[in-house]
Design a protein around this ligand. Structure first.
Ligand SMILES: Nc1ncnc2c1ncn2[C@@H]1O[C@H](COP(=O)(O)OP(=O)(O)OP(=O)(O)O)[C@@H](O)[C@H]1O
Ligand SMILES: [Mg+2]
Length: 346
């Protein structure tokens, strides 16, 4: 693709991350969904994405670190627009501005009319040549290689930062869906609480997320006790700097309650699937996607509990953006998903 030609752009506007995929290039950017502004005047944008997140837990008094996307929906239109325009500029380069491209942005399943209007406005303001919203669960299915066109149901479970979507797709549409307003970030919060309670140490969100990614496991094994790290933080009682040793078994204990609730919710949704669709799913298995799907042992645990084969690709966090880009690049797909009610041109 030449520098001046237009192409398809997929932007997954997630609660935790913005991921951008370009036609012919693939995934080119993933940055945290944060904006840094002046506290008194949030129109004064200081930084977005990774540069903004660096300030997590260390913002001066007059500066605010904000998340424009909350629980999969636009909470702040201006800042969501800034995320789209600034990060797409970074991904495309200034010479290939968004106005020459066709943009498809993710829309979460459970979003209300008001939330959708806010998202539409943010995407319209970003000023692409043509733009559309596509249901994120359908985009995830496409990106994960699910046979969405076929007249049989396929089960897709997507675990993001703030939301979990359980969807059955069939004939380019959604046959059944359930959205849980909970996701992988809840595990980070459980780690913070546990380490404070059990070890007397106060740690920040970033440390908690690192612990989850590096040591977290959904299944208990004897070797967890041998994997350990030394953590620096603040003593909960005295407020003084302190160090504590944390094992993977500690992290497992910390995340066990919210994880148990999550997998039980997934099981509950699975058990309520209409009989014909359930028959389609049994031989195929379940497609697990989203950043939260990468938790060590989670696919095994879900598979065992549901008695299903679980399919996870190598980069489940990229699936939504990949699917959005596939649609942005194809007139035929745009039309098909518009007909099935999963895509809205704006
Ligand atoms: N290796 C890993 N193990 C466990 N969790 C992980 C791993 N990698 C990423 N995550 C978690 O995945 C979550 C982000 O996933 P993702 O990027 O799919 O969310 P999102 O699309 O921004 O959010 P949402 O879909 O809820 O709006 C974060 O909570 C992150 O900590
Ligand atoms: Mg997501």
């Amino acid at each position: 693709m030449g520098v001046f030609s237009s192409g398809g752009v997929g932007i997954d506007l997630g609660s935790a991350n913005v991921t951008i995929c370009l036609e012919n290039e693939g995934i080119v950017l993933r940055e945290p969904s944060y904006a840094l502004t002046l506290r008194e005047d949030t129109d004064q944008l200081l930084a977005v994405g990774r540069d903004a997140r660096q300030m997590l837990g260390r913002t001066p008094k007059d500066v605010a670190l904000l998340s424009p996307i909350e629980r999969g929906a636009v909470g702040n239109i201006e800042l969501a627009t800034a995320l789209i325009t600034r990060l797409s500029e970074k991904a495309l380069g200034k010479r290939r501005a968004l106005e020459k491209n066709r943009l498809v942005v993710s829309m979460s399943q459970g979003c209300t009319r008001v939330e959708r209007n806010a998202l539409e406005e943010a995407v319209r303001t970003a000023g692409a040549r043509r733009s559309a919203l596509l249901r994120s669960s359908v985009a995830a299915a496409l990106g994960a290689g699910v046979p969405v066109e076929e007249p049989r149901g396929s089960l897709v479970v997507s675990i993001g930062g703030a939301i979990t979507e359980i969807t059955i797709v069939s004939m380019n549409g959604v046959a059944a869906a359930r959205t849980l307003r909970t996701g992988s970030t809840e595990l980070d919060e459980a780690i913070i609480r546990y380490i404070r309670r059990e070890k007397g140490l106060v740690i920040g969100q970033r440390t908690a997320e690192d612990l989850k990614i590096d040591l977290g496991s959904a299944v208990r094994t004897p070797s967890l006790i041998r994997q350990k790290v030394t953590l620096r933080g603040r003593d909960a009682a005295s407020g003084k700097p302190a160090t504590v040793e944390i094992t993977a078994a500690d992290v497992h204990n910390a995340i066990r309650p919210p994880l148990q609730a999550l997998v039980e919710n997934i099981r509950d949704a699975f058990e309520n699937i209409p009989a014909e669709l359930a028959e389609d799913i049994l031989p195929q298995g379940l497609y697990l996607t989203g950043g939260g799907a990468q938790l060590e042992g989670l696919s095994d645990r879900l598979g065992e509990m549901l008695g299903l084969r679980v399919i996870v690709d190598e980069n489940p966090q990229d699936d939504v953006a990949l699917g959005l880009c596939m649609v942005a690049a194809s007139d035929r797909m745009m039309q098909k998903f518009e007909q099935s009610g999963c895509l809205i041109e704006i």
